[in-house]
Design a protein around this ligand. Sequence first.
Ligand code: IPE
Ligand code: IPE
Ligand code: MG
Length: 267
Amino acid sequence: MFNIFTKQTKKKLGEEKTINFSKDGDIPKHIAIIMDGNGRWAQKRRLPRIAGHKEGMNNVKKITTYASKLGVKVLTLYAFSTENWKRPSNEVDFLMKLPVDFFDVFVPELIKENVKVNVMGFTEHLPKHTQKAVENAIKETKNNTGMILNFALNYGSRAEILTAVNDLLNEVKQGNFTEEVDEDMFSNYLMTASLGNELQDPDLLIRTSGEERISNFLLWQIAYSELYFTETYWPEFSLVHLEEAIGSYQKRQRRFGGLKIEGEASK
Ligand code: IPE
Ligand code: IPE
Ligand code: MG
């Protein structure tokens, strides 16, 4: 599988480290990222936290374009959690305006890249201007057939699972089904259902900023995801860092509780 190796030296990180990443190797179909560390990135520079969010947004553009070029099928980005409403209102207001600026500038490039925008979360609770920006981006990219850029916006996994359970209970009350609920059926009630069976679950979950927790993200879907944590703050997470994360993924052997998958080169 690893016939061509691109060896990159991570001089940017201040450490000499060779990473093995192959563009022709196993590229994760679905990458999910907990984009964390915007505030600390700004504080380190004596800037207000919102400056970190702006820089973080610019980084989304770079990482999206590169992921699409690498052949990633779904890139899910955790942009705002159901718990992030606890933050000061000026920060929340700024975060709610970001999609407006982001899509205004970036949609033409997304169209050029054939990227399709999808949003999952409790979008009905977002301010009207945020909803409108999101709806427009979805509409304008709906015929694109390349990578899905899936924003988790006002997303929380526990609320997602509870909503699925209540939807199922309603179906039962209405007598719509009597059989037992299995995993596939349950998945169809989650916010990732529109990604289709093959792509609902991330292959690789990345969290930036040094925190090693999940923070209510895709609890059901990451059952067998490969996890990758890095100290790098999101605004500094570069294309080389993405290659490093994928390089780490390419070295791993996924077993899903079984034994080594037949035909897979030993790693
Ligand atoms: C992630 O960066 C962005 C959002 C949660 C919206 P943070 O804002 O959490 O940055 P830190 O963790 O405080 O550094
Ligand atoms: C997770 O980051 C949510 C997003 C990146 C959108 P947080 O910064 O909100 O997570 P905690 O509070 O550190 O767990
Ligand atoms: Mg944070």
